[in-house]
Design a protein around this ligand. Structure first.
Ligand code: HEC
Length: 151
């Protein structure tokens, strides 16, 4: 076996390994699927630490306030990337997003309203109220995912 051939095989197998554990790349112009998935990952980066604080009993109103402001800043991120004809791999969205646009919009508005309430609750510094408002945001994620995201 000549050396260049061996190198070629190695490069090929590592390329296969990379794609085997990941998902198909979004190769469309503008990469809308990739962008909206990244936007959701950004949302969860601010949302998850709030949940951790509440569960661990390490509620810190100031830090919580910062995270909830971050969540509000990120909450518009995904939606403009759900354009017509963007239901293709590697999306985890269900076809319902495009079949039921009004219902999808309603879920989105409920999520946005819930994040407003969360921030209001944080300003009140009352942990029980914050907990309730956090759960309501969590329910809004779950409610939308139930119909519009594959599991
Ligand atoms: C209005 C509907 C809706 C709301 C509200 C919503 N999501 Fe999603 N989410 C989706 C859809 C649809 C996808 C699938 C996107 C895709 O793969 O194209 C998704 C994907 C995700 C993903 C996966 C991203 C990836 O790696 O592919 C995460 C994480 C996520 N959402 C977290 C959240 C969290 C946390 C909340 C609430 C704080 C939330 N979402 C609120 C609809 C919603």
């Amino acid at each position: 076996m000549s050396t260049p051939f061996k190198i070629g095989l190695l490069a090929l197998s590592s390329a296969l390994l990379l794609t085997a554990c990941g998902e198909p790349e979004d190769t469309r112009p503008g990469q809308p699927v990739k962008h909206r998935q990244q936007a959701f990952k950004e949302i969860i980066k601010s949302f998850e630490p709030m949940g951790v604080m509440l569960r661990k009993g390490t509620f810190d109103a100031e830090r919580f306030d910062k995270l909830s402001a971050e969540l509000i800043a990120k909450r518009e991120g995904p939606w403009s990337y759900f354009g017509v004809d963007t239901n293709y791999p590697p999306t985890k969205a269900t076809g319902e997003v495009w079949k039921q646009p009004e219902a999808f919009e309603k879920e989105k508005q409920a999520f946005i309203a819930a994040t407003d309430k969360l921030q209001e609750a944080v300003k009140g510094r009352d942990k029980a109220m914050v907990e309730k408002a956090y759960d309501a945001v969590h329910d809004s994620c779950k409610s939308c995912h139930k119909q519009f995201k594959e599991h």
